[in-house]
Ligand binder design. Structure first.
Ligand code: ZN
Length: 154
């Protein structure tokens, strides 16, 4: 990202937030050369991006659904709103980096879980218990056990 004042190429990101309606990412940046601060807005919705569900049906990629899932999992948890917004944009960007036009619905859940795990473990377990549809308390206990050992839940 080029500094609009001095044309220097390196900037650092001070703040990232999801824009209105969740269709853009707003970043506050600072130039590493002249310390000039400026904002950028990046569109994160691409035309025609679709989600392929498990049964093969397709639906429009909807950031609001991803945001709702993450907000529900982090409800009443000590996670700052800014961190949640950043997480949402990270999930969307991560998915867009990996897929061209079609995103398997399973990849969305996995992307959210992977990132949620490092933010808040209770939120992670909540999300995983809905997403993975744990059949009984033993499966849930197993997932929590793996979390305790610091490993990635399989
Ligand atoms: Zn500059």
């Amino acid at each position: 990202m080029q500094c609009p004042r001095c044309r220097h190429e390196d900037t650092k990101v001070l703040e990232t937030r999801l824009g209105k309606g969740g269709q853009s990412i707003r970043r506050r940046r600072e130039c590493l050369a002249c310390e000039h601060r400026f904002s950028t807005v990046e569109e994160i919705l691409r035309d025609g991006l679709v989600v392929v569900k498990r049964d093969g049906t397709r639906e429009e990629f909807d950031i609001a659904k991803i945001a709702a899932g993450i907000r529900k999992a982090t409800d009443k948890r000590p996670v700052e709103v800014e961190r949640i917004n950043l997480l949402i944009s990270e999930v969307v960007e991560g998915l867009q980096a990996r897929f061209e036009d079609e995103i398997p619905s399973s990849a969305i859940g996995e992307e959210i879980m992977t990132r949620l795990q490092s933010v808040d473990q209770i939120a992670y377990v909540r999300f995983a218990s809905v997403y993975r549809e744990f059949r009984d308390i033993d499966e849930l206990a197993k997932a929590i056990d793996q979390l305790r050992k610091g490993g990635k839940v399989k």
